[in-house]
Design a protein around this ligand. Structure first.
Ligand SMILES: Nc1ncnc2c1ncn2[C@@H]1O[C@H](COP(=O)(O)OP(=O)(O)O)[C@@H](O)[C@H]1O
Ligand SMILES: [Mg+2]
Length: 358
């Protein structure tokens, strides 16, 4: 029987535009014989809108001016099991949903907040639950948990931005004492390289910390790693997941920044990565191990560095809702591993129905 999939796109996040691109690709690739698609847009300021137009309008960001748009929201009441729509005549109607596919990146979409609502609604949904999403989103929390399981990461420390305001000297001294420069200063919760700086010398720390503080109340500082940047796509529910081939990013700029990722297409992808086969096997093993440790379901992209000196494998981060455009690493890695885009979407939807708590 045909299933109704609710694709949620946009989001109150700095990665709103990326979501529009990812969602348009997903909508176009959902098999129309198997799925009816309802598209629910979230504006940058957090309004929820039932949108009944095309993937093109989402992609070129004109969806908000569609004349049929009306407010709608997912009911937290499991008896509703769907979307409550506020019709133009003032009445309310309900659209039943079989499964939710959130295609939201970053804050409010990838950090567990909206997953909490899905959980309450009782409707199966694609991807990680509230806890796993929140853990992976917060680089300080993810680092701490992975460190306690002996998964190798860059040396790091973290602090709250208000502690820096109160005692900046002490924190800067600690950074200098514990980490070798250059370091990367990051907001603990952000994404798409927003608010991240590479800092070559101690005197530039202050500006970088202040920039990161504009995006989050928690700051992470990491030692810079010199090496290749590689990524592995993981698919499946916790304990039953599999890893894709490993891909590599050849960055154009100082580091792989927002513009490289989404605008100028400057970053070059190598699939498979230019690595020794045994290193790639080890990366796939670590990716699945980290995925299970942090309690991921459905999908995640696990990002690593491989150091030039010593060929050490260093985990960078886990993205629970990685970019999903036709040129994004996650779907490309699966395509190269033998799972084409449309089949990948079906498998993700199957995972939503088969997870432990569904
Ligand atoms: N410790 C590090 N050493 C070297 N490069 C880094 C380090 N941390 C981040 N980078 C560079 O910055 C980019 C963005 O950092 P990342 O932690 O992945 O943040 P985001 O969550 O925004 O993707 C990475 O893709 C990489 O190019
Ligand atoms: Mg990243």
């Amino acid at each position: 029987m045909k299933k109704t999939v609710c694709v949620i796109f946009g989001g109150a996040s700095s990665e709103h535009e990326v979501s529009l691109m990812s969602s348009a690709s997903i909508i176009r690739n959902l098999d129309a014989e198997k799925f009816d698609v309802i598209t629910l847009g979230i504006t940058k300021d957090g309004r929820w809108i039932l949108f009944e137009g095309t993937a093109d309008e989402i992609e070129n960001n004109t969806w908000l001016s569609h004349p049929d748009n009306r407010p709608a929201f997912i009911s937290p009441d499991p008896a509703t099991s769907g979307l409550v729509v506020l019709e133009k005549d003032g009445s309310c109607t309900v659209r039943k949903i079989d499964v939710i596919f959130p295609v939201l990146h970053g804050k409010n979409g990838e950090d567990g907040t909206i997953q909490g609502l899905f959980q309450l609604s009782g409707i199966p949904y694609v991807g990680c639950d509230t806890a796993a999403s929140a853990i992976c989103m917060d680089k300080a929390v993810a680092h701490s948990l992975l460190a306690s399981s002996n998964i190798e990461q860059a040396h790091y420390l973290w602090f709250y931005a208000d502690r820096y305001e109160a005692d900046g000297d002490k924190i800067r001294n600690k950074i200098e004492a514990r980490l070798n420069f250059p370091v990367f200063v990051k907001p603990a919760n952000a994404g798409s390289s927003v608010g991240i700086s590479k800092v070559n010398a101690p005197e530039d720390l202050d500006a970088a910390i202040r920039l990161a503080s504009e995006h989050d109340s928690k700051i992470v500082v990491e030692e810079g790693i010199v090496g290749q940047e590689v990524e592995c796509a993981v698919l499946g529910n916790r304990g039953k997941s599999i890893a894709s081939m490993v891909g590599e990013i050849g960055a154009a700029a100082e580091f792989y920044d927002y513009d490289d990722k989404y605008k100028n297409g400057a970053a070059q992808l190598f699939i498979p990565a230019r690595l020794e086969p045994e290193i790639m096997e080890e990366i796939r093993r670590i990716a699945v191990r980290a995925y299970n440790l942090l309690g991921c379901d459905g999908l995640s992209r696990v990002d690593f560095f491989v150091t030039t000196k010593g060929r050490k494998i260093i985990l960078n981060e886990i993205n629970t809702l990685p970019g999903f455009t036709s040129i994004s690493m996650y779907p490309k890695l699966w395509a190269a591993t033998g799972v084409p885009y449309s089949e990948l979407l079906e498998r993700l939807i199957e995972c939503a129905f088969s997870r432990e708590d569904a």
